[in-house]
Each structure stands twice: as structure tokens, then as C-alpha cells.
Design a protein around this ligand. Structure first.
Ligand SMILES: Nc1ncnc2c1ncn2[C@@H]1O[C@H](COP(=O)(O)OP(=O)(O)OP(=O)(O)O)[C@@H](O)[C@H]1O
Length: 827
């Protein structure tokens, strides 16, 4: 007991003097980091200086007299004074020799990490540099010391010389050499798996010289590598759902708040039996999806064999040595954490005002009675902004009679936004939705921190807010599959779109999702520009990934149509029905990258103020949108379009037919509501994110979550500093705009050959493979540039014409012919 008391006191004391907040503050970290970084530079200078001045300082250091360290007579020659000399003597002579330079290097890394200049795994650096320093110290003591007998200190330091003496006494010089060799290779293997290939080549020089060395990488090796990467990184693995939930699982795991249902029957003297507890059924049930086994990027480029369906075949030397596309993958990427969001002041619970509920309840009964409608029972379910009064009418009461009383009830309750649902689908009751006097904003944190979101298995989970029963409401965009968002100005559309984007960012890795953001208003999506490299896709020559210009919109939409056709070709070739099946096959190495196969991320196209586009570009925009909406579902392209002008000239029949998912925020007239939802209702909403979601029979009323621009900025900043792609995903050139790898070489300009032309021609001839994706990977260039290179190769007569997605025939058999072609081209 006494102990407990002291503990509590101590923590209170810390809190009282504000020590806790000082220690935990970002400012303290930053300043401490700067001190460490400066100390690292100081140590660096001291060590350098010690190499020249060490001889003079060393004798002083070994017999220092009291007070001499103050260096009043400038007896120490080190550039960093007596402290620099003492520090260098301790690190270099007494410990690690020249390897001591690793110490300031590590201090600098630590300082940079603390200042949050870079996101670094400090433990990895600590162990990596620590082991390298010990190894180098022993190596220098063994190899360099005999060559420098005059040196004032052992090049490997005291540590190195002791280790060498001890090990040589026990296992002799050959044993020590073997240990040094093994540890060096082991260390390099952890740095790069390419080491294995080099070592194999080193031990197989004959085959290497004849150019026929072929290493066999089995599945087993790949699996081991994969494990290695995980251990090495000590971070989230790329793909499993479990991993996705780990990003914030430690801070999370809240169940949805239980629905507060209040039985009002007893207040109402209705004398009815106790109603059943409202069951909070999930609005959309999760469909379990098989977790794809994703692998390291190096493995994504590994060739398995010529047969598309062959498994576990031996790999060719060429496949192993193919340069790895830097876009794949970023296993160290961390998903945004919940701490970036503002916590809900009321912990996600709605405010319950019993006086208000009782008063409304009485009024409802009174007004219904005045119209001759008897009630058997009534209960209230309190949501964040709306309370649902669910009434069971007495026998023989006609539902239409109650339905027509909407305005009368609203008048008596003096409340806007009263909506009657008669009957509530699936129940024999009638619902009256009445806005709460004190509304409760649904914070983004409260819905992302819910168990439902954390454990979701949806492929593209979009979480929208909370229902009237206070349940987290979410949907899978891949199932919707395209969404139309409409509502009058200022009613919450932009916030809604931000909520959707944020929920995707919290669950998706940059390799799995690419966004195409179209923003004619120019200001709505600019906050996302920091994550352009990680999460956006663009047609190559667009310098700004967030598209604001109408001509660029048309070009981007056409480019998406081209991409869609290309993806369909690949799906057909792979015998897959949809993107998920295709990616699954690819990740299990049943598809050959040499045949143009690649991992396909989902693409979500979000268009804000779609009305503006239709007004300015008309059919030119509508047609590609409708085409993508009709066909793109299977190839993982999904669209969300938003408008504040719900008129028939903007939301045309064509658009409506292809956008089954609809979100309506408050609109000004019943007509507008009918255009969006094919029924009234949106005109009775109360604004501020109050919305109706429709994807099927009956709309669901949802209070959209709220996320501020500040929160979005912080999330984007977090993502920006994660390891990830260095530029946005490149969308193909739209058909007709320019030639691409598809066969029309008319645009191939032979006057200005690509700088990679000769090298690309050589690699195509040597490998006898005319594949655009091979060139793309080998030279780490975009698809469009590789396509143009292929066109130039075709025009030069090196490869044949394209046959869909299959590699082209190579028309030249040896490199001698290439020299002749090159001479001819150079004139
Ligand atoms: N879910 C929400 N919860 C609380 N307040 C909200 C919510 N959504 C919107 N609001 C409030 O409404 C204001 C306007 O929202 P928003 O900018 O999203 O409207 P909009 O429909 O996009 O308008 P416009 O079409 O003019 O851009 C916000 O600044 C915010 O104060």
C-alpha cells in the first residue's frame, strides 16, 4: 500500500514540475538530437586530427599531470583541444583503431533520427555499425598492423590486437582468416542478397568467364530471403492483413460503441410489452478475402520459367541479374498511426439528453393521437446527430397514414430534418428520425480506431461515419464499385471525400493503391500533393499529379481507358477473371514478368466538382467516365465523382446507370434528391455531414466522420517521410495521342534516338526477347519510354511488330549486324 502511494506521489511530482511533458516533447528530442549530431561532428574532427597530432599528444596523455588537461599552455596539439585528444586516444588507441570512425558515424545517425530529419531504424544502424566496427578493428589489427610497425597506435586499436592474439592462440592464423572471411560475407549478405550471386560467381570462375554461369534459386531460397528481409527490417511485412492492423493495433481495437436504445414505452403509458433490444446488424458484411502472399520486390522480378503456369522451375542467370525495379517493394513502409488524429472529446459516444428525448416522445405520441393513430410501443435509439424513434402502431393502422404526417410532426417538434421511414426495412415498425439539439461530431479517430475498421478484410475499405444506431459504417469500394457523391454546397462533400481517402491511406500500401485526383476547383486536393510519389498515378508529362486542368482531365481519362484495355489483355493472357485473381497468380510466380506481367495496384479515380467538367468538356469527359465505370471494375479501377449540382444535365442517365453507389448530402429540393437517389430524403437532411448512402434497396442515414485539414496534413507528412516510390505511377499514353508499345510506330522519331537505344538493342539481341517490360526493368524507365524505345527498335528493323501483350520477334541474330545498323543510323 505504502509503496503504491510513493509511486503515485513520484509520478505526480514529475507531472507537477512538468518534467514528464518536457521529456516527452518533440522540442526536447529535436534539441537533444542536434546536440548529439554536433558532438558527432566534433568527434569526427578530433579523430582526424589525432591521426596527425596523435604522436605528440599520446605521450602527454599517458603521463598526464594534474591540471594539464586544461591545456593552458596549448600543450595538446589536437585541433579539438585536450578533450579531443583524450576522446581520440580512448577511442582509437585504447579501443578500435581506425574502426573508431564508426562511433561518430553512428552518433550522427542517432542525432538525425532524433531530430526527425529522416525516419530511420536506429537498432538496425546500431547493430550494423557495431558489428562492422568490431570486424574492421580485428581485420586491421590482423592485416594492417604488420605493415605499419612504426605506427603510434595499432590500426585495429587495443581491442583489435587483443582479439587477434587471443584468436590466433586458439585457432591459429588460418582459423582467424576463415572467421574474418565468413563474418564479412555474412554481413554483406544481410546488406544485399546479391552477395550470394557474387560469391557463387567467385567460386565458379570458369563458367563465369564463358558467360554460362547459371545460379539456381529455388523457392526455398526465396522464402528464406523473405524471412531475412523481415528480420533485417524489423518492420511491418508488406501485405498480410494482420500487418495492416498492426500499424495502430497497439493503440486500438475498440469495439463499436453499443447502441444506446432507450425504451420509452413506460414513459408513454402505452402499457405494451417490453420491446426487443435493437439489434445492431452490420450494414455490409465483410467477405473474407484470401490473404495474398506478397514477396519482396526482388522476387517479383524473378523469372520462374517460360510456361505461365509452371511452378518452382529453375531460374536463368539473366532473370537473377535483372535490375530490380525500385518501385517494388517498400517493406519498411509504416502505415499512418492513430496518434496523428485528434481524439474524440466524448470518446465516440453520443450525448444523451433524457429530458429532450422524453419531450419529443410525448409530442410524437400526442400528434399521432390527434390524427387518430394509436401506438403500441415506442423506443428511442440515440445516434451522433439524430435520434430514431421507433414506433409500433396499434393493429389496423395504415402505414401511409403515418407517412403523410412528416410535416405535421416536424412542425410540432419545431425541428428541421424530421424524416419518416415507414416501414423500417426488415422490421414491422415505423421510424421517425429527429435531429438532436446537441449534435456530436463523429471524429475520424473514433471510426478508424474501431474494431470493425481495424479487423476489416475489405480490399478497399472506405469508412464513412456512424449510423443512427451509432455503428461504424463502412463499405468495400471494390464491391460498390463506383460512387457518386452529391449535395448542395457546404454540406460536407469535401470532408466526405477526405474521409474516404484517409480510410484508404490507413489500410493500403503505396504498392497496392494509386489515386488519380481531379480537382477543377484547384484547392480541394492540394493538401495531398506531399504523397504524390507514394500514392498517385499520372500521365508522364503532367508535371502536377493533382489534375486541375480540363484538357489534362480528358487526357488522363483516356489514358485510364488505355490502361484498362492493357490490363484486360494481361488478365486474358493470365486466365484470370479479375485483378485479385491476377495479382494472386503473379505473387505466386505463376506469371512471367518477361511476358509483360506485373503487379497491378488498385486505382481509385476521385473527381471533385464533376459538374464543372461536364459543363466545360461535356461528352468528351462523360464518355470515358462512362466507359471506365462500365468496364473497369474487374481490372481494379474504381471511380468516385462528386458534384454540388445535382441536375439531370450533369447526373445523366448514362452516369446514373454506371454509378450504383450513391452518397447524398443535404440538397435544397426534393427534385435534387430524386436525381441522386431516385427518391426523396436528401432534402430532409440537416447538413454538416448528415448523409444518405445508397447501394441497393434502401438508403442508410449516416453521420459522416469529420477530419480537419490539419489532420490530413499530418497524415500526409507522415507518409511523405516513409520509404516509398520516388515518383508517381506512370499511366500509359492515351491511344491515338502518341505511339506506345502497341504496334503503331508512326510516331517513333528516328531523328532523336533514345540514349538507351544501342544498349536496349544489344540486350534484346543477346536475350532474343523483344519485351517492353524487360527494357523497362533493365533500364529502370517508365512504360511509355520503354514503349517508344521498342517502336524505335521496330523502325530500325531489330524487332518485329507487336502481337498484343506477347513479346515481339527479334529479327537480328547477332551483335555484328547491330553495329552495321548503328553505323547506318548515325549516317
Ligand atoms: N462530417 C462533418 N461533421 C461536422 N461538420 C462537418 C462535416 N462535414 C462538413 N462539416 C462542416 O461543413 C463545412 C463545409 O463542409 P465541406 O467543405 O465539406 O462542404 P462542401 O459540400 O464540400 O462544400 P463545397 O461544395 O462548397 O466545397 C465544414 O467546414 C465543416 O464545418
Amino acid at each position: 500500500m505504502a509503496k503504491k502511494k510513493t509511486e503515485r506521489k513520484a509520478s505526480n511530482f514529475k507531472e507537477a514540475i512538468g518534467l514528464q511533458s518536457i521529456l516527452k516533447s518533440e522540442r526536447t528530442d529535436f534539441l537533444l538530437g542536434m546536440v548529439i549530431a554536433l558532438f558527432a561532428v566534433y568527434t569526427f574532427v578530433a579523430l582526424f586530427s589525432y591521426i596527425n597530432t596523435g604522436a605528440e599528444d599520446q605521450s602527454l596523455l599517458e603521463h598526464t599531470r594534474p591540471g594539464e588537461w586544461l591545456n593552458q599552455g596549448k600543450v595538446f596539439k589536437n585541433y579539438c583541444g585536450s578533450m579531443g585528444a583524450i576522446l581520440s586516444y580512448t577511442l582509437v588507441t585504447k579501443n578500435f583503431g581506425y574502426a573508431a570512425f564508426f562511433v561518430p558515424c553512428f552518433l550522427l545517425v542517432s542525432g538525425i533520427k532524433m531530430m526527425q530529419i529522416y525516419v530511420l531504424n536506429i537498432w538496425k544502424w546500431f547493430f550494423g555499425m557495431g558489428i562492422a566496427m568490431i570486424w574492421l578493428s580485428v581485420f586491421l589489427a590482423k592485416v594492417l598492423a604488420p605493415l605499419m610497425p612504426e605506427a603510434i597506435f595499432n590500426p585495429g586499436g587495443y581491442h583489435g590486437s587483443v582479439c587477434v592474439d587471443f584468436t590466433e592462440n586458439v585457432i591459429g592464423p588460418p582459423g582467424l582468416t576463415a572467421v574474418l572471411f565468413f563474418t564479412a560475407i555474412a554481413l554483406l549478405t544481410f546488406v544485399s542478397k546479391q552477395t550470394i550471386t557474387w560469391v557463387r560467381r567467385m567460386f565458379n570462375p570458369i563458367k563465369n568467364f564463358t558467360g554460362k554461369a547459371s545460379e539456381i534459386v529455388t523457392d526455398k531460397l526465396s522464402n528464406t530471403d523473405s524471412d531475412t528481409t523481415d528480420i533485417e527490417d524489423g518492420h511491418t511485412k508488406l501485405s498480410t492483413e494482420d500487418d495492416k492492423t498492426t500499424n495502430s493495433a497497439k493503440e486500438t481495437g475498440k469495439e463499436s460503441e453499443p447502441t444506446p436504445v432507450i425504451d420509452l414505452t413506460e414513459f408513454s403509458n402505452l402499457g405494451a410489452k417490453k420491446p426487443n433490444k435493437a439489434t445492431a446488424e452490420p450494414i455490409i458484411t465483410a467477405t473474407p478475402t484470401p490473404t495474398p502472399i506478397k514477396t519482396d520486390g526482388e522476387k517479383l522480378t524473378v523469372e520462374v520459367g517460360k510456361d505461365e503456369k509452371a511452378k518452382g522451375e529453375q531460374l536463368t542467370d539473366e532473370a537473377i541479374n535483372t535490375p530490380i525495379n525500385p518501385l517494388e517493394p517498400f517493406t519498411r513502409y509504416k502505415y499512418p498511426t492513430l496518434s496523428l488524429l485528434t481524439k474524440d472529446e466524448n470518446d465516440g459516444k453520443p450525448y444523451i439528453d433524457m429530458d429532450e428525448i422524453k419531450a419529443y416522445n410525448e409530442e410524437i405520441i400526442k400528434v399521432l393521437k390527434s390524427f387518430g393513430i394509436e401506438i403500441r410501443e415506442i423506443k428511442a435509439t440515440v445516434g451522433p446527430t439524430i435520434t430514431l424513434y421507433e414506433i409500433t402502431p396499434a393493429e389496423g393502422i395504415r402505414i401511409t397514414k403515418i407517412r403523410n404526417l412528416e410535416d405535421d410532426i416536424a412542425l410540432r417538434l419545431s425541428a428541421l430534418g424530421v424524416r419518416i421511414i415507414a416501414p423500417i426495412p426488415g422490421k414491422g415498425t415505423i421510424g421517425i428520425e429527429v435531429p438532436n439539439k446537441k449534435r456530436h461530431n463523429v471524429s475520424m479517430e473514433s471510426i478508424l480506431n474501431s474494431k470493425k475498421f481495424q479487423e476489416t478484410k475489405y480490399d478497399l475499405p472506405i469508412v464513412l461515419g456512424k449510423t443512427i444506431t451509432n455503428e461504424v459504417f463502412m463499405a468495400d469500394l471494390t464491391k460498390i464499385p463506383h460512387l457518386l457523391v452529391a449535395g448542395a454546397t457546404g454540406q460536407g462533400k469535401s470532408v466526405g471525400l477526405n474521409v474516404i481517402i484517409t480510410s484508404l491511406l490507413y489500410k493500403k500500401h503505396p504498392n497496392e493503391l494509386k489515386l488519380v485526383l481531379i480537382d477543377p476547383k484547384k484547392v480541394e486536393f492540394s493538401v495531398y500533393s506531399p504523397i504524390a510519389d507514394h500514392f498517385m498515378a499520372q500521365v508522364d508529362d503532367d508535371d502536377e499529379p493533382i489534375i486541375t486542368d480540363v484538357t489534362k482531365v480528358v487526357r488522363t481519362l483516356k489514358s485510364l481507358c488505355t490502361l484498362m484495355d492493357h490490363r484486360y489483355d494481361l488478365l486474358k493472357l493470365a486466365g484470370a477473371r479479375n485483378l485479385k485473381e491476377y495479382n494472386d497468380k503473379f505473387l505466386h510466380r505463376r506469371l512471367n514478368p518477361e511476358h509483360g506481367h506485373e503487379f497491378m495496384p488498385y486505382i481509385v479515380v476521385i473527381i471533385d466538382e464533376f459538374g464543372d467538367l461536364i459543363m466545360t468538356a461535356g461528352k468528351e469527359v462523360e464518355m470515358p467516365i462512362a466507359r471506365i465505370a462500365q468496364l473497369a471494375r474487374a481490372v481494379g479501377i474504381h471511380m468516385i465523382i462528386a458534384t454540388q449540382r445535382p441536375t439531370t444535365s450533369i447526373i445523366t442517365g448514362n452516369i446514373k446507370a454506371n454509378f450504383p453507389g450513391r452518397i447524398a448530402f443535404k440538397v435544397s429540393s426534393m427534385m435534387d434528391s430524386r436525381i441522386i437517389l431516385d427518391r426523396p430524403g436528401a432534402n430532409q437532411l440537416i447538413g454538416m455531414g448528415d448523409m444518405l448512402y445508397l447501394n441497393g434497396n434502401e438508403p442508410t442515414r449516416v453521420q459522416c466522420a469529420f477530419i480537419s485539414t490539419k489532420e490530413i496534413g499530418e497524415i500526409n507528412e507522415f507518409i511523405e517521410h516513409q520509404s516509398g516510390p520516388t515518383h508517381p505511377m506512370e499511366l500509359p499514353e492515351p491511344k491515338g495521342d502518341d505511339s506506345e508499345g502497341g504496334g503503331n510506330t508512326g510516331g517513333a522519331d528516328m531523328g532523336s534516338l533514345d540514349p538507351f537505344f544501342e544498349e536496349a538493342a544489344r540486350s534484346v539481341i543477346v536475350s532474343q526477347q523483344g519485351s517492353t517490360s524487360m527494357i523497362q526493368r533493365r533500364f529502370s524507365i517508365g512504360y511509355n519510354r520503354a514503349g517508344r524505345l521498342m517502336d524505335q527498335l521496330e523502325k530500325a528493323g531489330i524487332v518485329g511488330a507487336a502481337h498484343g501483350s506477347k513479346p515481339r520477334d527479334v529479327l537480328i541474330a547477332d551483335e555484328g549486324q547491330l553495329t552495321a545498323i548503328m553505323n547506318q543510323l548515325r549516317g
